[in-house]
Design a protein. Structure first.
Length: 352
């Protein structure tokens, strides 16, 4: 009897111990989902305010406004030291010139009048752009060294930029003119799509100032059919997706400014993916965040943070698998710049 009681007591103690271990692990994992990364978070009020306003647009609680969205990213990056009125002035002045050009040339009868005026504004030296067309900036085109190289305000000031700043500027001006255009992704790339007079899609490649066909995009950037079918590449972004892109723009600016991925960036990325689960730009950011946080914890204290590291490894792998299932691919920065240079040279030859 004594042995039976002792055996029962030992079994009970083991069960209690295991239950405590499971509870402790669950509590630990629950904390580690976000709380354990809090010590990395900057808690910057400018980025938080900008994110709140952008999410208000994403949830359609406030009106879509790409001009305002771009300003919010720049405003947060510059610690609130720029004014919206100043940001708007140059855009508004440019819009006024373009409207005058459309009216003077009796182009209002065409639905693509804003697109035509913008094509000239970006590609042909004239009074519209102070006789200085817009060029691709090969120096730090991804903004790794200076993220503000990607800002619209910089592109307006210097008349140089890369696929993101040039395309976002075009889209802002087209919105202001009441025209139709959309941002669209290709591997390592952003460009403009709009509907032509014949009702068919037109692709405007701002890095080279040329109109290109989908087949050129597919061949030069190695776009997979699966990615087109799933709306990852060569698909016009909706207003909601455009604001989601701007939220990612904000989070990338945060990462560049502070040199970290943290709970702020992870939580906001996950919020975007709750609304747009297949949004590849957010999935790529999520992948980078989990990789960063997992490797950082592994370098600091691998024994203490085992569950935390495993969680990030799991999410990192799962995100990569999700991107693969969508047909997502990416070019290297070197290959992309080589393609841009080649296209610019080909365009010069055609225009001689």
């Amino acid at each position: 009897m004594t042995k039976i009681i002792l055996s029962f007591a030992i079994t009970l103690l083991i069960s209690l111990y295991n239950a405590c271990q499971i509870y402790a692990t669950n509590q630990y994992q629950e904390k580690n989902t976000y709380v354990d990364t809090a010590y990395l978070s900057i808690n910057d009020s400018f980025f938080s305010s900008a994110a709140d306003e952008l999410f208000s647009m994403l949830h359609e609680k406030s009106q879509y406004n790409l001009k305002r969205a771009e300003f919010l990213v720049e405003w947060a990056f510059y610690d609130g030291k720029i004014e919206y009125s100043d940001f708007c002035n140059e855009i508004d002045n440019t819009t006024t010139k373009l409207k005058h050009f459309i009216l003077k040339n009796n182009l209002n009868k065409y639905r693509t009048a804003p697109n035509y005026a913008l094509f000239l504004f970006f590609t042909q030296p004239s009074i519209l752009n102070e006789f200085k067309s817009f060029k691709y900036d090969f120096e730090d085109p991804t903004g790794k060294l200076n993220y503000d190289k990607l800002f619209v305000s910089k592109t307006l000031k210097t008349h140089s930029g890369q696929c993101q700043s040039l395309s976002v500027l075009y889209k802002i001006l087209c919105d202001e003119l009441g025209g139709h255009s959309a941002l669209a992704f290709a591997p390592y790339h952003l460009y403009i799509k709009h509907i032509g007079e014949d009702g068919k899609w037109v692709n405007f490649e701002l890095t080279s100032g040329s109109l290109v066909r989908d087949m050129w995009m597919i061949e030069s950037m190695e776009v997979q059919t699966e990615a087109i079918r799933n709306g990852v590449f060569l698909t016009a972004l909706s207003n909601k997706e455009t604001i989601a892109f701007m939220i990612m723009h904000l989070l990338k600016a945060y990462h560049n400014k502070f040199g970290i991925w943290d709970s702020f960036t992870l939580q906001h990325t996950d919020k975007v993916l709750q609304i747009l689960p297949n949004f590849a730009d957010a999935l790529v950011v999520k992948m980078n965040i989990h990789q960063y946080l997992g490797l950082k914890a592994k370098a600091e204290s691998p024994k203490i943070h085992q569950d935390y590291i495993r969680m990030h490894q799991f999410e990192y792998t799962r995100t990569i698998q999700r991107l693969d299932s969508l047909g997502y691919t990416q070019l290297s920065e070197e290959d992309y710049n080589r393609n841009v240079a080649k296209t610019i040279e080909e365009n010069k030859k055609l225009n001689k």
